[in-house]
Design a binder for this molecule. Structure first.
Ligand SMILES: Cc1cc2nc3c(=O)[nH]c(=O)nc-3n(C[C@H](O)[C@H](O)[C@H](O)COP(=O)(O)OP(=O)(O)OC[C@H]3O[C@@H](n4cnc5c(N)ncnc54)[C@H](O)[C@@H]3O)c2cc1C
Length: 404
């Protein structure tokens, strides 16, 4: 199916070819089966295998490491399409994308050469772990520690929470306190690249000391697993500190906050995708369903809902692309990424709710796709920083940039 003009208005030829390919993949391979995987909360292995073949795990990884070497803007467009199909699919690539960003920006040459080629093909998938049972928004309050042993390796102890791809990943970028007395605490935090056996609940051998409890049961965002990670005496070699021990020790908080900036563009793109799908479903249903002798699309109250939804989708898309383009141009985009994430995730939730209302009683039935979207959309308000946290970031940056 051709791309809608609103999606395609400003694409380069290369972007158009890729986005058309992903759009078709989503229509043919994801949307028809998403309901089945959602109902069973089953990992969509065949879809993930096809994504590997399409190169979607290496979109932003440079060609010299086997990836496509594309920019954040193109990646955001791809994520928008994947999320239009099912946000869980974008969840499979999201933490992987953040992990590859961390390696590309801060990794040593050895770390890049070791991890990126396997990540580009999707053979190795990455997870990203900041949150803990008692720490989410307030990242500086994490309790997980890493202590250097006599043999030079770092022993990690602590419990992590809400790790997307926590079980299936082969590598986790994890934040731990290496200097618990540091003041402010962020100066004593380090990012460790912890390898593990994909899909193993208990790791052994070199990876012993990392256990993964049963996956967390969720209201939506099914198929992709969210887990705790229990580090209990896991021993990490010093060369697996992001950036190397000398340069990377104590830099973890800054590195991971940097990665969250691109992560926010990524979540914004997911908001655009789910909002776009809600609009598509609502526009179709409104022309099929009749009340009082005419399609409900002919009632002005319904047209106004469609108008507001279409406007929000477009605004969210523009904010997202602007934030991505600024980052690609090497400009500071923390404010813009925060705005895009806030607006697009809220637009996602609002458009899904309006589409749900337009479906009347049928929106409440599992027979209709909108029911799944209604359970999926709220996640976007939480992940990569809640809406309240985005407002804090935006408010601070607005004042910083406009001091009197
Ligand atoms: C499905 C799912 C997948 C996830 N995947 C990952 C992952 O892969 N890796 C990872 O590290 N984390 C992940 N997370 C965790 C997510 O990032 C956190 O849930 C999020 O940052 C919020 O933290 P919290 O849940 O601890 O809420 P809290 O920080 O406890 O916040 C609770 C409420 O208080 C508000 N609040 C907090 N502080 C303030 C303040 N200063 N001012 C005003 N309001 C405030 C929040 O906005 C929220 O409404 C995931 C979460 C979910 C649900």
């Amino acid at each position: 199916m051709a791309l809608a003009p609103a999606t395609a208005y400003d694409l380069t030829d290369e972007q158009r070819a890729i986005i058309e390919m992903v759009h078709e993949f989503v229509d043919n391979e994801i949307i028809p089966v998403a309901e089945e995987y959602d109902a069973e909360d089953k990992f969509p292995e065949p879809i993930v295998e096809q994504m590997k073949e399409l190169g979607l795990f290496g979109v932003t990884i440079p060609e010299e490491y086997g990836g496509m070497g594309l920019d954040l803007t193109t990646y955001a467009m791809i994520v928008e399409e994947l999320s239009r199909g099912w946000i869980s699919i974008s969840g499979v690539v999201n933490t992987h994308f953040i992990g590859s960003y961390l390696l590309m920006k801060f990794g040593t040459e050895e770390q890049k050469e070791y991890f990126l080629p396997k990540m580009a093909t999707g053979e190795l998938r990455a997870a990203f772990s900041l949150s803990e049972p008692e720490a989410g928004s307030d990242v500086q309050s994490i309790k997980t520690t890493a202590r250097k042993g006599d043999d030079g390796r770092w022993e990690i102890n602590g419990q992590k929470m809400w790790v997307t791809n926590g079980l299936g990943s082969g590598v986790v970028f994890v934040l731990a306190k290496t200097d618990p007395k540091a003041d402010p605490p962020y100066r004593g935090m380090t990012c460790f690249i912890t390898e593990k056996e994909p899909w193993a609940e208990q790791n052994t051998g070199d990876f012993a000391g990392l256990d993964i409890p049963p996956k967390i049961k969720k209201m939506g965002y099914k198929g992709v697993e969210s887990t705790e990670l229990v580090y209990n005496g896991y021993r990490c070699p010093p060369e697996r500190i992001l950036g190397g021990e000398e340069a990377g020790l104590g830099q973890g908080f800054k590195q991971m906050m940097d990665a969250l900036e691109v992560g926010r563009v990524n979540v914004a793109a997911r908001g655009v995708g789910i909002a776009q799908r809600a609009l598509e479903l609502a526009v179709r249903y409104a022309q099929e369903r009749k009340t009082f002798g005419k399609p409900i699309a002919q009632h002005q109250a319904i047209q106004f809902k469609l108008a507001d939804m279409a406007t929000k989708v477009e605004a969210a898309r523009l904010l997202t692309r602007k934030a991505a383009r600024m980052k690609d141009a090497g400009q500071r985009s923390d404010l813009e990424a925060g705005m895009a994430k806030l607006f697009a995730s809220e637009a996602g939730k609002e458009c899904v709710e309006e589409a749900f209302r337009i479906h009347g009683g049928y929106g409440y039935s599992k027979e209709y796709e909108i029911e799944r979207l209604y359970r999926d959309a709220p996640l976007l308000l939480i992940g990569e920083g809640t809406s309240e946290i985005q407002r804090m970031v935006i408010g601070k940056k607005v004042l910083e940039r406009n001091r009197i």
